[in-house]
Design a protein around this ligand. Structure first.
Ligand SMILES: Cc1cc2nc3c(=O)[nH]c(=O)nc-3n(C[C@H](O)[C@H](O)[C@H](O)COP(=O)(O)OP(=O)(O)OC[C@H]3O[C@@H](n4cnc5c(N)ncnc54)[C@H](O)[C@@H]3O)c2cc1C
Length: 454
């Protein structure tokens, strides 16, 4: 029986079974479309990847997207609709730990909320100008902010060591250090930052449950191990070339949603080609290096009365937090996220000393001699299907290019974390972009009966 809805009788291909692609497919299906979902990996979820294998006491932790903020309505609503539970975590927020003359120095009184409000004060003239520009990524204000690095700005205001250390500590958030990050990216964050950071959640049982629950809703199974290579648009149809376990083949549909990281979009062949501004926007956007390390210890030595469970640091090991406080057991997992140059430092340490070398760098947490039971390390910049953690608006990236990342190319639509304006770099942004692409598809196919030229 054909599917009912405004897209009934229409066929759509979606490439990428991360949160963006999966949410797009479920919406398109609801609207009656026949959808084929292509995924290069042998699993769904993309950058949402819960690691379970090898950990004692049946514990798990997140190698990719982990924390969900209380104002991230899309992902919270989606989780609820899928019957999943959000566990509140990291109630004390993030403290900052800086490098002192004799090793790391903890300043537990400062939470993440403090870091942002402190920065917003110092950056106030730029935040004000950006707000007056209604947060648009165009015009002289945006361009001036985009052309300056955070490091340049720190020099201009003669920032002290403490402020520089704080910003370096945000490498675990932006995946870029002050030298690479544009002042525009920082000001954008400061102009939108809410007080929601004190309430953080993750999905009970693992964040990948969102992806697997969405995949269970699909009428046609995901075509795993199938990579999109080329896209051709002709006579009101889209013809894609794919490579799977049985070699190369082609699929035809009325339209296509590309929900791939931009680093992957740039290697696709488009016929007709995208406009030159769109190609440039896609080619020049960088993804920040990110190493996530999950360390399971025989006891949760970092839990002490009055001490936080999460730390931003400017140490080479990056940010650290309790990776599974919501789970039962004597054992526990610490999550380390090394962004930007810290990813390289972490990689070197792991190559030379193994994960035990990272565990040894945690003595300041009060480690004593806990036993390291298991570990998992993911270097996202080496992952062949993303080549980085998430998009970073680096110094010199033309702000007017940003709009091109989400702009349709004929019957081809784009989704993914990098296309989101408000929630770029978050699972919430991926979900919203999938919903947006599905709504856009409905509008596009309605219009296409008369006016689309390709
Ligand atoms: C280390 C790390 C920490 C993070 N921490 C957080 C956090 O705490 N909170 C938060 O909200 N977000 C976090 N994020 C970001 C969040 O995980 C992402 O924004 C989100 O998962 C991206 O979803 P997506 O669907 O846009 O892309 P992806 O999840 O990357 O999905 C794209 C899919 O496309 C597939 N693909 C690639 N090329 C092809 C091809 N040619 N053909 C077919 N398929 C292809 C990929 O395999 C992938 O499955 C983190 C990310 C990382 C890496």
């Amino acid at each position: 029986m054909p599917n009912e809805g405004p897209l009934s009788g229409r066929s759509v291909i979606v490439a990428g079974a991360g949160l963006a692609g999966l949410t797009a497919v479920v919406e398109l299906q609801k609207n009656g479309a026949r959808v084929t979902l292509l995924e290069a990996r042998d699993r769904v979820g993309g950058r949402v990847w819960t690691r379970r294998e090898g950990f004692a006491e049946g514990q798990h932790a997140e190698a990719g997207g982990d924390l969900i903020d209380s104002d991230q309505d899309a992902i919270r609503r989606l989780a609820k609709d899928l019957g999943l539970t959000l566990s509140p975590i990291l109630r004390g927020g993030f403290a900052f730990v800086g490098q002192g003359p004799r090793g790391p120095v903890s300043k537990p009184a400062s939470t993440a909320g403090d870091v942002w409000s402190e920065l917003a004060k110092v950056c106030e003239p730029w935040v004000r100008a950006y707000r007056l520009n209604e947060r648009r990524w165009e015009g002289p204000i945006a361009r001036m902010l985009a052309d300056r690095s955070v490091a340049n700005w720190l020099d201009d205001i003669r920032a002290d060591r403490a402020l520089r250390a704080r910003l370096n500590g945000l490498r675990g958030f932006f995946l870029a250090g002050p030298e690479e990050l544009s002042l525009l990216a920082l000001v954008d964050q400061l102009a939108t930052e809410s007080s929601a950071l004190d309430r953080v959640y993750r999905i009970k049982g693992g964040n990948d449950r969102i992806a697997t629950a969405l995949a269970r809703k699909l009428r046609e199974p995901v075509q795993l191990g199938t990579r999109l290579l080329a896209v051709r648009q002709r006579r009101g149809k889209v013809l894609v070339t794919v490579r799977g376990s049985e070699g190369q083949g082609q699929i035809v549909a009325d339209s296509l949603v590309i929900a791939l990281p931009v680093t992957m979009v740039r290697s696709l062949i488009f016929n007709p080609p995208m406009p030159s501004q769109q190609r440039k926007a896609i080619r020049e956007l960088r993804y920040g290096p990110a190493t996530k390390t999950l360390l399971q210890f025989d006891r949760r030595f970092w839990r002490r009365r009055g001490r936080p469970l999460a730390y931003g640091t400017d140490l080479p090991i990056g940010a650290i937090w309790d990776g599974n406080e919501e789970q039962l057991g004597r054992t526990g997992i610490l999550t380390l996220l090394a962004g930007g140059l810290a990813s390289r430092d972490t990689k070197t340490r792991i190559t030379q000393q193994g994960p035990a070398g990272l565990a040894a760098a945690l003595k300041w947490l009060g480690a004593g001699t806990p036993a390291l039971l298991a570990s998992r390390v993911v270097h996202w910049e080496d992952d062949p299907f993303v080549r980085g953690g998430y998009a970073v608006f680096q110094t010199g990236y033309d702000p007017e290019q940003r709009a091109w990342l989400a702009r349709p190319h004929g019957r081809v639509l784009f989704a993914g974390e990098h296309t989101s304006l408000r929630w770029q770099g978050y699972m919430n942004g991926a979900v919203e972009s999938g919903w947006r692409a599905a709504a856009e598809m409905q509008a596009l196919l309605r219009r296409s009966r008369s006016s689309l030229s390709v």
